[in-house]
Write a protein that binds this ligand. Structure first.
Ligand SMILES: NC(=O)c1ccc[n+]([C@@H]2O[C@H](COP(=O)([O-])OP(=O)(O)OC[C@H]3O[C@@H](n4cnc5c(N)ncnc54)[C@H](O)[C@@H]3O)[C@@H](O)[C@H]2O)c1
Length: 336
C-alpha cells in the first residue's frame, strides 16, 4: 500500500490540454468536481447524466474553469442503465470532439439505508423481493460504460495516455450494514477493475477504482447524514484529485489499483497484485497468455479490415478487369 499526498495529485496533468474526458453522472457531486478538475487543465468534457439542468450547470462551471485555455463541454441526457443511451452518449461525444481519452464512470445511487435484509413483520413473514436498482446503476451501468470506453479508447492508435476510472467506495472495501446492495455493487467494481487491468493494458488503457469514504453530496439521504453526525467527510476536491491522479499516472504497475480515501486524510493506493500470489499468480500468467493471443488476432483483423476498406472502392474496377484480362490471355495463348 502506498500513501499519496495532495501535492502529488496533479503532477501528471501537463498533457491534458485538448484531451477529451467522458463522465457519467457528471451533473452533480463527484462527477461535476471531476469535470471541473480536468477542465482547469484545458480538457474537453462529455457529460452524461439523467439530470440535464444540473449537467448544464456543470458545463458552465467547466467553461468558467478552463474556457480560456480551450476547455469545452457537451451535455447529453443519459440513463446509464440503458445500453442504447450510453451508445448515443459516446457517439455524440466522439462526433463533437473527434476523440475520447479518459472515461470516468461516476453515475451512482445510494439507496441507503437499503434494509433489504432487515427482518420485518416477524421471522415467519414472507420475504419481499430485494430491489436490485442499486446494482443496475452502480454496477451494470459501469460495465456498459467500460465496454463502450474500451471501444472508443482503442480507436486512438497513438501511445497517448488513456484511462477508465470507476467510482467505488470505502463500502467496496469494507462491509456496510444496512447498505448491502450498495456495498455489493462497489465490491464488484473493485474486482471488475482488477480483472480488467491486463486486457486493457494490451490496448494501452489504464484502469483504476477510486474508493472514497462519505462525501458531502446529494447522494447522502437524511438517515445517513444522521448516522454520520460528528464524523469527518472526505473533501470533494480530494476525490476529484484522486480521479485525475489515477487517470494520469504513467506507471503501468499502478493500473488496476484501488485508491482508498478512508476518511479526511491521505489517499492510500492498494495495488491489484497484493493478494495475487502463489497459484493465483500462475493462473494470471496463463490467462494473460490467452489475452495476448486474442489481442493479436483482433489487432490483425483490424489491420486487414482497414486494408479491405481501402481497396473496397476499387473492387468494381477489379471485378470488371479480371474477365477482360482472362479473355485476353485465353484469346492470345489458348485459342490462338
Ligand atoms: N457521496 C458519497 O458519500 C460517496 C462516497 C463514495 C462513493 N460515492 C460514489 O460517487 C459516485 C457519485 O456520487 P455523488 O456523491 O457525486 O452523488 P450525486 O447524487 O451528487 O451525483 C450522482 C450523479 O449521478 C447521476 N445519476 C444517478 N443515476 C443515474 C443514472 N441511472 N444514469 C445517469 N446518471 C445518473 C445523478 O443525476 C447525479 O448527477 C457514485 O458512484 C457514488 O456511489 C459517493
Amino acid at each position: 500500500m502506498t500513501t499519496i499526498t495532495d501535492e502529488e495529485l496533479f503532477t501528471n496533468t501537463e498533457g491534458l490540454k485538448g484531451k477529451v474526458v467522458l463522465i457519467t453522472g457528471g451533473g452533480k457531486g463527484v462527477g461535476q468536481a471531476v469535470a471541473v478538475a480536468f477542465a482547469r487543465y484545458g480538457a474537453k468534457i462529455i457529460i452524461g447524466d439523467l439530470d440535464v439542468p444540473s449537467s448544464k450547470h456543470t458545463m458552465r462551471e467547466v467553461l468558467r474553469a478552463g474556457g480560456h485555455i480551450g476547455a469545452d463541454a457537451l451535455v447529453k441526457e443519459c440513463n446509464v442503465t440503458i445500453w442504447d443511451d450510453q451508445v448515443a452518449l459516446f457517439a455524440a461525444g466522439y462526433q463533437k470532439f473527434g476523440r475520447i481519452d479518459y472515461v470516468v464512470a461516476s453515475a451512482g445511487i445510494g439507496g441507503s439505508p437499503d434494509g433489504s435484509f432487515v427482518v420485518k413483520g416477524g421471522k415467519n413473514a414472507p420475504p419481499a423481493k430485494p430491489s436490485l436498482a442499486v446494482l443496475d446503476v452502480n454496477l451494470t451501468g459501469s460495465i456498459y460504460t467500460a465496454r463502450l470506453a474500451q471501444y472508443y479508447l482503442m480507436k486512438d492508435k497513438s501511445s497517448e495516455p488513456k484511462a477508465i476510472i470507476f467510482m467505488g467506495s470505502m463500502a467496496g472495501l469494507n462491509g456496510l450494514p444496512h447498505g448491502e446492495m450498495y456495498s455489493a455493487s462497489k465490491h464488484a467494481l473493485v474486482g471488475f477493475t482488477r480483472s480488467l487491468r491486463d486486457e486493457m493494458k494490451l490496448w494501452g488503457v489504464r484502469v483504476a477504482v477510486v474508493c472514497p469514504w462519505f462525501i458531502d453530496t446529494s447522494i447522502l439521504e437524511t438517515p445517513t447524514r444522521v448516522m454520520l453526525a460528528g464524523l469527518p467527510m472526505t473533501p470533494l476536491s480530494r476525490v476529484a484529485g484522486a480521479v485525475v491522479h489515477a487517470a494520469t499516472d504513467p506507471d503501468w504497475e499502478t493500473s488496476g489499483a484501488s485508491y482508498a480515501l478512508p476518511d479526511d486524510g491521505s489517499i492510500i493506493r492498494i495495488d491489484r497484485k497484493e493478494l495475487a500470489v502463489g497459484i493465483y499468480k500462475i493462473l494470471h500468467e496463463r490467462l494473460n497468455s490467452v489475452s495476448k493471443i486474442q489481442f493479436n488476432v483482433a489487432y490483425y483483423q483490424g489491420i486487414f479490415g482497414d486494408l479491405f476498406l481501402l481497396v473496397a472502392p476499387y473492387l468494381n474496377v477489379v471485378a470488371f478487369l479480371i474477365p477482360l484480362v482472362a479473355y485476353y490471355y485465353l484469346q492470345k495463348y489458348v485459342f490462338k
